[in-house]
Design a binder for this molecule. Sequence first.
Ligand code: DON
Length: 312
Amino acid sequence: MNGVPGGEFLDWPVLLEAAEAAARATTGRGRVADYIPALATADPEAFGMAVATVEGELHGVGDWQRPFSVQSVSKLFSLALAVAYGGDTLWQGVGREPSGNPFNSLVQLETEHGIPRNPFINAGALVVTDRLHTMTGDASGAVREFLRRESGNPLLDTDPVVAASEAEHGHRNAALAHFIASHGNLENPVETVLEHYYAHCAVATSCRDLVLAGSFLARYGVRADGTRLLSRSETKRINAVLLTCGTYDAAGEFAFRVGLPGKSGVGGGILAILPGRAAVCAWGPRLDQAGNSVAAVAALDTLTTLSGCSVF
Ligand code: DON
């Protein structure tokens, strides 16, 4: 049981069970990502979900400790670190408006002079990785170290097979990076930015790791060890961009159904934040057309609908 403002009590195990049932009912819908061939081997029927509350409770159901490829969920962490280390300067090179286009689209970059719409489409995440690399000298290492520290999982690491598969089939990302560089919006060589971007997307993680690592957003910017990563206002802003852009051209539908800031990845994970209360992660490898997990959206929809907890 978890006390929440207003005196409500949430029975997380019961909520997670109901969410899992809703996720299992989506069996057969959606497709496992195969444009990165190493991801195509994921078990389509796997499902897990976990919650970590700000009071320190941790609950999980199904495959909540089973590793999967973090993919674009890592963009949340690279953004948080880039803002923590660099402050507002980041926003000179990347916008914060929904794109209304697929995550790997090239179309807006031409008319918008190499400034990506937001930090979560691939183009924007490349710029964030670039700036984080300038600030730390090791962008993917900074993301990995943060994930390890917050989750308490020292074994968390990049899967080299997935990273190599991404690089081998990364024509669109390479095109995006070169286009951004042609507009003078990368500080590091294209090859370096791509290497670090693939390395943080290819981290193998689990629902358990991600709820612990994402809890700083539920704690208004405070890390697991009690130190502050982000100010309250920076945290508000990151949660706002998660809500409006975190699930790409389905962000409106995600807000409608789930009502939480959240970040999806083509590995099938979605990490969502209940500010002041908890971080929740659901995972199922089958994706809808926007690249969001069908099972994870159904599970999160059920959780917020049954509990009445959302940001709205
Ligand atoms: O660059 C890519 O295409 C992948 N590494 C990440 C894309 C992704 O996860 C989109 N999210 N749903």
